[in-house]
Write a new protein. Structure first.
Length: 368
């Protein structure tokens, strides 16, 4: 039924968000390195994947609209229309990445964004296929595409959250980095606990709540998981905002401060949309509450915001000749975002410790 199909999509988001909340370690000294150029054969493969996924999504959408529109619930019709459009947007961003990475070496951060774009385009295409398969009662196809959606959503969300974590670590002081990691670990444990309770309920090991919905314990843990992820997001955004505020009042560093502020804004919008989208998961578990349509709306907004955020975080948009974008990022914007953030964090720490005189002194990192 429509409720089961929406539960399948919700479960994909649940598992993806659970896995991407896991704390990731990295060596900050490697943030600015690792630039590489996309090989021509790899560029051709990625273009084929992006074009093929886009065409498949639109073709399936047309077939579904022609064969079974009367059997589609309201939320299904909305997703049937939105999925190909979202896939097209992700594919367009992916093509921009391929074009940029094929022409010149790009840092790892840009290649991570490329992975996200490909995963999002493929996931939207598979979602359209799953919807058509469910409408036509092709259970094997529906299950196979569901597995593909889980894989693409998990990898895509994981890459995006890793990008945000790397950038936050670059501008943070050491003690604040530890706090952010601890918040991420706390959110991860809550997501894992929530998913475990959900799996136990689906398998029949734990008795379901009223109307076969979640138990009170599962709903409570899920709500805490949403709050934990929101707290982690706020910590990341505030770290970037604090760095930008210091740089904007420092002589000669205002453009870099505006760049960091723009990235903080993009992170707040994208992660905020994810928080709202996951909150609908909790609401949908309340007995006798039908939130399938609200979940799809939140899911659409979340995908749009995440695509925009990934394009901003990766730095691939810095090469576009768009006056408004160039003004927002600054005239000297660097396409190596992690190197730019490492420089910003270093300048902000020096400014906090030494004030304006710090611009004439070597920082601790230089002395070490």
């Amino acid at each position: 039924g429509s409720r089961d199909s929406c539960a399948l999509l919700r479960s994909a988001k649940r598992i993806a968000l659970m896995l991407t909340a896991l704390p990731l370690q990295f060596n900050s000294s490697d943030q600015a390195g690792g630039s590489s150029q996309l090989a021509p054969q790899h560029a051709r493969v990625l273009r084929c994947i992006l074009i093929g996924a886009t065409l498949l999504g639109w073709l399936v959408q047309l077939l579904t609209e022609a064969e079974c529109p009367a059997r589609l619930a309201k939320w299904m019709r909305l997703w049937q229309t939105a999925a190909p459009l979202l896939g097209l947007a992700a594919a367009a961003a992916g093509m921009l990445y391929v074009s940029a990475a094929e022409r010149a070496p790009k840092p790892r951060h840009a290649h991570m964004a490329g992975i996200f774009f490909v995963c999002t385009a493929v996931g939207c295409s598979l979602a359209a296929v799953a919807l058509a398969a469910g409408c036509s009662q092709y259970q094997m196809v529906e299950r196979a595409t569901a597995a593909g959606i889980l894989l693409s959503e998990t990898l895509g969300y994981g890459v995006l959250q890793f990008m945000i974590l790397l950038k936050t670590e670059a501008v943070c002081e050491a003690d604040k980095s530890e706090v952010i990691r601890s918040r991420l670990f706390f959110a991860a444990m809550l997501w894992i606990s929530w998913a475990t309770l959900w799996v136990l309920r689906i398998l029949g090991i734990v008795t379901a709540g009223s109307h076969s919905d979640a138990t009170s314990l599962e709903t409570l843990v899920g709500a805490l998981a949403v709050l934990g992820f929101a707290d982690y997001t706020v910590k990341c955004v505030l770290a970037m905002y604090s760095c930008s505020s210091v740089l904007e009042v420092t002589a000669g560093h205002a453009p870099l401060g505006r760049t960091v502020r723009m990235h903080a804004f993009a992170t707040a919008i994208a992660s905020g949309a994810t928080v709202c989208q996951t909150a609908t998961l909790i609401i949908s578990q309340i007995p006798y509450v039908e939130a399938s349509y609200s979940f799809i709306v939140a899911h659409i907004v979340d995908v749009v915001c995440n695509i925009s955020c990934a394009a901003c975080l990766s730095g691939i948009t810095a090469g576009l000749d768009v006056p408004m974008l160039r003004a927002a990022m600054g005239a000297g914007a660097d396409t190596d975002v992690l190197r730019e953030f490492a420089t910003a964090g270093k300048m902000a720490r020096t400014q906090r410790q030494y004030g304006t005189v710090g611009e004439l002194l070597p920082s601790k990192e230089d002395l070490l």
